[in-house]
Design a protein around this ligand. Sequence first.
Ligand SMILES: C[S@@+](CC[C@H](N)C(=O)[O-])C[C@H]1O[C@@H](n2cnc3c(N)ncnc32)[C@H](O)[C@@H]1O
Length: 288
Amino acid sequence: MGVSEPLDPLAKTALWTASMRAREHEREDRLFSDPLARVFAGTEGPRIMVQFEGSVQSGVEDPALAVRTRFLDDWLLRLDRRGLRQFVFLAVGMDSRAFRLPWSPGVVVFELDRPALLSLKDDLVGSAAAQSLCARVPLGVDLLAEWTEPLVESGFDQAMPTGWLLEGLLYFLDPQERDLLVEQLSGLSAPGSCLLADYVGQSVLDSPGMASWRARMAEQGYPWKSGSDDPERLFEGFGWDVQVSAYGEPHADYGRWAGATVAPGVPGTRGRYLLVGEQGQGGKAVRR
Ligand SMILES: C[S@@+](CC[C@H](N)C(=O)[O-])C[C@H]1O[C@@H](n2cnc3c(N)ncnc32)[C@H](O)[C@@H]1O
């Protein structure tokens, strides 16, 4: 294994989500199979997971990660069946979908994240002798700086429809950073492209019930900086028709949400949710 650069605090959240996926993989009633997650989580991932569950959620397992992973798996495979062959996972972290989903021949997955994180991931992939099930193109970038040119230079085809995945990312961006990122990816989106993401309601984010969570996240160096109470309008502004599924709605439940004691809601708002954006009529998504 090579000697990887230290990870910044935000990159370490990828080890945390890997640890939650490893735990899900080990359940008899698992919503998905993720054999690499334990390798990707290392020792740091379980440590962060336990620390958060102990201090914020009193040992309660948050079902959101399992539900969102399965929901997004299902959507990615639906897009594959529709004929999409180009996918870009922004802030991919230790997501192992390139290695575990049954992709059709010809699929290429661009994996974008910080260089240090991807370098560690490559070391771990090598040590596990894991083989991707698609053409996987890791690309170390800063998504808050210039990333579109390196993407195009690494083979991204602007003429092809793209499946964009923004999982575990948007709430770490402030509104300006979020808008710029969505504007950039929208400008690269050929007709037929689709955008998948998870996000949070701004009112819920600002509610007293979220205060200790937010404080803890900020203390650790990865504050949640934004949400949206009106994602339809937000994304429509960039040319996307968005369907929103709040966790716990019938197609975003998978038998896990009922009785969950996390994600306190504020009446009239949608708490945490999953987004599916389709290109509106008229070609490339543009800000409108
Ligand atoms: C919570 S993890 C989510 C990882 C993965 N998408 C998942 O759901 O497991 C957040 C990821 O965002 C990445 N990230 C945050 N800001 C970034 C930036 N400016 N440029 C590149 N990656 C970034 C981090 O390195 C980290 O891998």
